[in-house]
Ligand binder design. Structure first.
Ligand code: S3P
Length: 450
């Protein structure tokens, strides 16, 4: 068994430069899904008995959640790579602040899950997480009876006073957010009655899919783009063994590289094909991408596909705003791909990108401009003038603002652009994709230090 305090992912830092490469080839197992990994730890930590998780994503974000649930009272141990055992217990006040690092999912879901216990917990995070809005979770939790004190109108650090007498609420989140929805549903597991979350535009439903596996009484009704989730509080949760499916958001980077680098053909195996996560791949097919999807079974109730990607001549498209929830993390890499298309790509409905690990809308626009791509940036829109298959000029220095998805997008840009692209710092890649450098090396792409 490994001591959790000693666990951190392999985290190379500093600048890296990516140069044009041809002929990416090989097969990669898609990295384990981050959203499912957080939830597997949280549900297992709430459930009676021992749950075994296999293929857990061992990224910095997920490790922070593992440490937090251990500090809240669960017994957590690691048997080997990705193989974890978690025994749940009623949660109690942690002895020290819970530091969720860079992870919005970790902190927001844990606030919701902790809300239903008579405990007091302080939540902290890094500079990026401390600047992100937490009132979107603390406000509905306060309607349920949770008291909290937070910095600066709803930022971290936040002190939360949970209660075993939570009131159920009926809530429509003002922004499309799976994190907000999940925090309320997790709190609702302990409320006295039925908690209802209405979403006009349904977001990823991993919490809803996974809760019944652990015995929760949770149902979802879908009607077109909207969904209503209902959870009845008080059902005892019991242990469940789960294997984590592959992450479509992480697989997007190798997919993009194969599309824009000449003479490439790669396969990503075991990618979760959940429609609420698959918007990028739908968009790529509309752009003319050569993607072949073959069914590859299921894990944790999620259908999987193997995706074969070949270099493609792409055309610009109009990405509708109602697709945003299904590809919210993929706009930085889609903007890079769009720079290699013929014609313009228009992306709308992107306001939420400004509240991510960085202002991803402004940062994606700056990434493209630094590499000679013409763009138009609006309040919640981005238009990219594609440079065609020979790609943009490149030669830029990408400011990542300590955002993992910006760092990976900048490196992928450099693999296809006409001149090398440098990314200011790659340390944050370990928050979501610690195997990024090994995976890209296996496909034939090596990044230079500096
Ligand atoms: C996540 C939800 C999304 C996404 C994040 C993971 C989740 O955030 O950006 O990477 O696991 O619930 P929002 O729900 O705030 O959009």
């Amino acid at each position: 068994m490994t001591d959790l305090a000693d666990l951190s992912s392999n985290r190379p830092g500093g600048a890296r430069t990516a140069r044009r490469v041809k002929g990416l080839a090989g097969t990669l197992a898609a990295p384990p899904d981050k959203s499912v990994s957080h939830r597997a730890l949280i549900f297992s930590a709430l459930a009676a008995g021992e749950s075994r998780i296999t293929g857990l994503l061992e990224s910095d974000d997920v490790l922070a959640t593992a440490r937090a649930v251990a500090a809240l009272g669960a017994e957590v141990s690691r048997d080997g790579s990705g193989a974890w055992r978690v025994s749940g217990a009623p949660w109690t006040s942690p002895a020290a602040p819970l530091d969720l690092g860079n992870s919005g999912t970790g902190v927001r879901l844990l606030m919701g899950a902790a809300a239903r216990f008579d405990l007091e917990a302080v939540f902290t995070g890094d500079a990026s997480l401390s600047s992100r809005p937490m009132a979107r979770v603390l406000d509905p939790l306060s309607q349920m009876g949770v008291r909290s004190e937070s910095a600066d109108g709803g930022r971290l650090p936040a002190r939360l006073f949970g209660s075993s007498r939570l009131k159920p609420i009926e809530y429509t989140p003002p922004v499309a957010s799976a994190q907000v929805k999940s925090a309320i549903l997790l709190a609702g597991l302990g409320a006295e009655g039925e908690t209802i979350v209405r979403e006009p535009h349904a977001t990823r439903a991993h919490t809803e899919t996974m809760a019944p596996l652990y015995g929760a009484h949770l149902t979802v009704e879908r009607d077109g783009a909207s969904a209503v989730a209902r959870v009845r509080g008080g059902a005892p949760l019991t242990a469940f063994d789960l294997e984590v499916p592959g992450d479509p958001s992480s697989a997007a980077f190798a997919t993009a590289a194969a599309l824009i680098c000449a003479d490439s053909a790669i396969t990503l195996s075991g990618v979760m094909t959940n429609p609420a996560r698959f918007g990028l791949y739908v968009t790529l097919q509309e752009m003319g991408a050569d993607l072949t999807l073959s069914p590859a079974g299921a894990r944790a109730g999620e259908a999987l596909v193997d995706i074969t990607v070949k270099s493609s001549v792409l055309k610009g498209v109009d990405v509708p705003p109602d697709r945003a929830p299904s590809m919210i993390d993929e706009y930085p890499i889609l903007s890079v791909i769009a720079a290699f298309a013929e014609g313009r790509t228009v992306m709308r409905g992107l306001a939420e990108l400004r509240a991510k690990e960085s202002d991803r809308l402004a940062a994606s626009a700056a990434l493209l401009q630094a590499n000679g791509v013409t763009i138009e940036l609006g309040e919640d829109t981005l238009v990219v003038e594609g440079c065609g298959p020979d790609g943009p000029p490149g030669g830029g220095l990408v400011q990542t603002h300590h955002d993992h998805r910006l760092a990976m997008s900048g490196l992928v840009m450099g693999l296809g652009a006409r001149a090398p692209v440098t990314v200011d710092d790659v340390a944050m890649i370990a928050t979501s994709y610690p195997g990024f450098f090994d995976d890209f090396a296996a496909l034939g792409a090596v990044f230079e230090a500096g």
